[in-house]
Each structure stands twice: as C-alpha cells, then as structure tokens.
Design a protein. Sequence first.
Length: 316
Amino acid sequence: MAAAATVTAVLLTGCGGSDEGSGAGGGPEKKTITVAGLPLADVAALHIAMDRELFEKEGLNVRVQPVQQSVQALPALAHGQVDIIGGANFVTFLQAREKGTLATRVLAEGARNAPHMMDVLVPADSKIKGPRDLEGKKVAVNILNNIQSLTLNATLAKAGAGRPAYRQVPFPQMGSVLERGQVDAVHAAEPFATALKRELKARTVLDGNAAPVAGLPLSGYVTTDAFIDKYPKTAAAFRRAISAAQAVAAKDRGAVEKALPGYTKIKPEEAAAIGLPDYPATSSAAQLKRLISLMRAQKLLTKDLDPAAVLYQPAE
C-alpha cells in the first residue's frame, strides 16, 4: 500500500505539462503526452516507437513515467496527470469501466499470451512437479484477482486441478519471497521469469500460455473516454504510431531484444532467451470477447461488456 501511494504521488506531481495546440491542419491537439509504462516485455512497442521516432512523425512528444503496477497509475490517469497507461492489464481496466469508477478505453492492444512469456515457477528442489500439485499452495501474483489468477484458474480447471492460494507480490519482489520460502511458487511474467530462472535456478511447472488461455489478450495501451473526446487527433496519432511499432515488434524479434535492456533490468545477452508475448498490430474485438467471457465465468465482471465499445476506433 505504501509503495503504491509513493508511486501515485510521484505520478501526480511529476507529470505536468501539456503543450496543447489547436490541432489545426490535422495535427494533434496535445503534442506532449505522458505514458505510464511498466518494466515488462508487453510494452516493447512503446520503446521501439520512441527509438524509431514514430511518435515524432505523428507530431507527438511522448514521455514515459515508469510504474511497477498499472493499477498504481489509475489515480494519475483519472486526474489527467497521465494520459495513457502502457502495459495496462485489461482485467483492471475492464472492471473500472463496468463499475463506472473510470471510463477507460483501449487505444491499442499491446500483448497477447504466448508460450513461456508468463510461467509458474518453483524452486529447483520443490516437490511441486505439475499443475495438480499447485492446489492449495501459496502462489505469488502481481495483483490479486487479476489477469494472472484469471488465466491460471482457467488452465488448472482445464487440467482437472484445484486452485492455489494467491498472494500479492510485485514482480520485482517475487524472487526474494520465493527464495525465503514465503510462497511455494510464483506466476512471473517476462523479463522477470527469465531472471528468476537464471538467478535462483527456478523451474517451470506450468506454461502460462496453456489451454484454454493461449493467445488471450493480456494488456495494452489504455486511456479514458474523456481524453479521446478532448484530444481525438492526439489519440489517433498515438494509435497510428504504436500500431506501427507493434507491427515491427511482431515481425522483428531483434528490435524487441534491442529495446528491452533500455527499460528493464534484463541484460542484452539475456534478451534473446526470454519468452515474448505476441504483439498484435491490430486490435480484435473477437479476441477481447474471449477475455470478457472468461472474466464473466470467474465473476470478475457482473455483466457482459461490448468489446467494440471498449476498443477505440478513430473517426474516418
């Protein structure tokens, strides 16, 4: 809680400035925007876009404010101190939209589930050998009742296994709690999973991309209805730039590997070994519907949301 408050305070006080213009001539109304970005492989396209000056080509100056959990940036997004959250897990933001706490909109998908980009890891000498051994065990997830427990619950049910007992532990702290035996396993996303395998010799007991959640949309670039309504040309410009970067990430793993060390703690030589998510160049209402249906089944949503209404579509 204290860490979240500290991060929120930094976001609220450190992200001022708008450099707003009229948007005349088709240019963005707000030229300088702040994106809260997570240290995950999910947001590689954000950094590719910056490195390749794709935002500049759209008339944007993008500043990245690091944050450890996307939920920590919600107050800043609500107050307009952060314009977009990159790597925003969709569960949190779909729930916020349903509850009416914040009218969020997905500007673009960022990451879909892929082999070994989010694994369940245990110590090398653990007696846990497979999915059925996780029942009742303490498993660390980045945020409770969110994308990791949602996908793991579905995978375990498909395998005929019972659920574990979840513990909330931020990704950077998962190694220490696993090493001290405070949890039995961790559900770690990249690049943290690779670091745990290297540093602790942690062993994979379950690929987070197993059925029925293979290819499931996980995170993306989220803003608010208010931002889109006020700055439609800015939103469209950001979407064009990030979509172009997503296309690069999807086709050129080398570009992703080059970007990762700049905003994560992973070393350049290790970037080649990590499991990357899929980077969709276009967003899909059908794929997002899969996530919404899964959330409904596990009671993380109380009613169906129209994925077409959640996904931003710029005016022609």
